[in-house]
Design a protein around this ligand. Sequence first.
Ligand code: FDA
Length: 412
Amino acid sequence: MAHLKAPIARPVKQSYDVIVIGAGAAGMMCAATAGQRGRKVLLVDHAEKLAEKIRISGGGRCNFTNRRVAADNYICRNPHFVRSALSRYTAADFIELVQRHGIDFHERDWGQLFCDDSAQQIIDMLQAECSDGGVDWAMPAKVLDVSRTDADSERFIVDTSIGRFSAHSLVIATGGLSIPKIGASPLGYRIAEQFGLAVVAPRPALVPLTLPPETLSRLAPLAGISLEVEAHCRGPVFREAALVTHRGLSGPSILQVSSYWQAQAYEDADWAPVTLDLLPGVDAEAWLLAHAAERTLLANLLSERLPRRFAHAWCELHGWTRPMNEFRHADLRSIAATLSGWALTPSGTQGYAKAEVTLGGVDTHALSSRTMEARAVPGLYFVGEVMDVTGHLGGYNFQWAWSSGVACGQAA
Ligand code: FDA
């Protein structure tokens, strides 16, 4: 498809039906939907470049949705909230849109769908959909203030660096805090608080974990080694790769479980560690006991199923550096239990600079799950990642942007 011109433009009107702040995934989807219903829509964004987060997503190929999307792919303090929007605008609906725009795509593990060519195609598609809806753009434009006229006229006023605009409906689509260098900001949370809505404290999620010095000193020299594990922390079990880094652990299984590790911040209970099964699908106890009489080092035996350098470092970390026949059976049972459930207490995360998403956000208890409108503030809506809805890795965060954007665009 022809590459469209950047939307950087000054709007001609001052009065709109709908103003959307944030021209990312959810904001463009919402603006296009509302515009195509005949609403006069203005999209406002402070970035110089359109939708940078989409452009860098999925390693530049945008994992735009997933074949299997369900409510339990999301973390939200209001667990049923996502159901309505996800069921009314599904992955199949978005796939149909992508096909209509002639974008080729492919499926990877776990139903993840990626563009064959480039994430830019998704940006171009959303921009074209906005054009079809006659959407106006104010970009780049800094938002200076948001206010509401008196209750009788019920209009929102948005003061920006390029002028004052007003609308009956205001949609906040400013995303989360991850990757601040490409335009992430807390404006959406501030606007929610300004209108009396609660915000669940944001935290980096889908993020590499850091390890305490005593563990890191053994593992950091192995940076780059990857192994398949089952990772778990008070939530689902994720069987995917874990990657040793200079600061701790990363890789898909660790990113997935990091969101659940972080989510414990909202509970009163003590923090559970992250647990890794290093030999998924293997009966570790039976395997070790079957080799109990051998003179081979434990680390050498483990090297049959784990990367060799990792097996040796792991045994040194635990002080298990003897041959198999020098361990008592009780020791081997305890080693097997550690192999199947290695409990690690991270020292923290690598923060928003490396996080794919933000956990927490505008508390959905105050929003309509059908329209995304704040119940106590008619005309004020929130869509996408700015809300307390965090998807698993695998295209689920974009699907939430599309589904919540459409739900709102049909109502605003
Ligand atoms: P998004 O962040 O897309 O848009 C927010 C917009 O608001 C931006 O354009 C920003 O400039 C604007 N804005 C912010 N503050 C503003 C202010 N003060 N004034 C005006 N405008 C403001 N998800 C997935 O499903 N599949 C994937 O492959 C990936 N890959 C991926 C890679 C990387 C590196 C990251 C960081 C993230 C992903 N994600 C992902 C997550 C996904 O990108 C994210 O969940 C969606 O982009 C969220 O869409 P939103 O529209 O809510 O926010």
